[in-house]
Design a protein around this ligand. Structure first.
Ligand code: ADP
Length: 201
């Protein structure tokens, strides 16, 4: 099958904002709110895990089979990919390029290793680390979301401790304490790094 260059090359790195941080810190909440306010758009990532109730293919994730996921790796269609709690996750270049067409800042929520890999490919990409106000609060948010899945919650907390070490290499650190303040801070970072993406009056 003929590969399109558009699926293998990032269109406009300066338009891309990677948001990383521990599971439960509020990455999805923040990304969702910024999109709702018309301040950003999201790139749809890919995974081999099964959809949870209510999740839609190509909206929440590209839900791929193991086989297709491997083929996409072979074809160089991912910006980065990783394995986490038994499933594979990746950021397709095509997803970012599609989102770029909106003219808005593009948000990619991925782990720190993935973020740093992308930064190596292009300096113009902005890395934002979202941190919790405290470990206690992070635990509370994880519990609130966990729905009794304790084992996975513990795995997520362990990983959060590991990830914090990488935060120093990120361009910006935003503490997600008061949600509105965090949103303001991120919107401000976006308009500074990608001025043409905003039409403030
Ligand atoms: P992540 O995407 O980083 O794993 P989520 O966006 O799913 O995290 O948020 C985890 C939980 O924390 C959710 O229940 C969410 O409503 C809550 N949450 C997110 N941001 C805040 C905040 N600033 N203050 C309080 N609770 C928050």
């Amino acid at each position: 099958m003929a590969m399109q260059d558009a699926d293998q090359k990032l269109a406009n790195p300066a338009q891309l904002f990677v948001i990383s941080g521990p599971s439960g810190v509020g990455k999805n909440t923040v990304a969702h709110a910024l999109c709702q306010r018309g301040l950003a758009t999201r790139a749809v990532t890919a995974t081999t895990r099964h959809p949870r109730e209510g999740e839609k293919d190509k909206v929440d994730y590209h839900f791929l089979s193991e086989r297709t996921f491997s083929a996409w790796i072979e074809e160089g269609r991912f910006l980065e990919h990783t394995e986490y709690v038994g499933h594979r996750y990746g950021a397709p270049i095509s997803s970012v390029n599609e989102a770029v067409l909106s003219g808005l800042p593009v948000i990619l929520t991925i782990d720190v290793k993935g973020g740093l890999q992308i930064k190596e490919m292009s300096e113009d990409v902005t890395l934002i680390f979202l941190a919790a106000p405290s470990e206690e609060e992070l635990k509370r948010r994880l519990r609130q979301r966990a729905r009794g899945d304790d084992k996975s919650a513990q795995q997520r907390l362990n990983r959060a401790r590991q990830e914090r070490r990488y935060a120093k290499q990120y361009d910006f650190l935003v503490v997600n304490d008061d949600l509105d303040l965090a949103l303001e801070e991120i919107a401000e970072i976006m308009s500074r790094r990608f001025p043409s993406g905003h039409n403030h009056s």
